[in-house]
Design a protein around this ligand. Structure first.
Ligand SMILES: [Zn+2]
Length: 137
């Protein structure tokens, strides 16, 4: 099992508008190549790390398992605009709240998994179908 590993765990939203092939190309452009990441797809991506205890624990368990089974070194959280899990019509307001939440999520993961690096992106242009990836940190 020692050669059975990958570098990243990626959290994405379940939203069907972000097609797997499109996301794959965006991640590839960000240096997260296909075949080099585990993938968790939930409503709101990793948003529930800020939610109720059982929801938070479910997501933390995915990170722990990915680290144990595949020896990941990085967690990448992908948010996106026009996200139903946020339900905020105003794009600027949604962006501000998502950025604040990503900072909190970064803190939670750093506390629980100090050995893992953290990176975050917001996928932009989902509403119009002109999708791009913005790196937050
Ligand atoms: Zn979403």
């Amino acid at each position: 099992m020692s050669n059975h590993h990958c570098e990243y765990l990626v959290f994405r939203c379940m939203d069907f508008r972000i097609k797997g092939s499109v996301l794959g190309d965006l991640l590839d452009g960000a240096g997260i190549g296909e075949g080099n990441y585990d993938l968790v797809a939930c409503a709101g991506s990793a948003k529930d790390l800020l939610g109720r205890e059982e929801e938070k624990n479910f997501l933390l368990k995915q990170i722990a398992l990915s680290r144990k089974l595949h020896q990941i070194k990085n967690v990448a959280v992908l948010y996106h605009d026009n996200c139903g899990a946020y339900g905020i019509a105003d794009q600027e307001q949604e962006d501000e709240i998502q950025r604040n939440d990503l900072v909190k999520i970064k803190g939670i993961i750093a506390e629980q998994f100090p050995d893992l690096r953290f990176t975050a992106f917001i996928i932009k242009g989902v509403l119009l179908g002109d999708i791009s990836l913005e790196k937050i940190f």
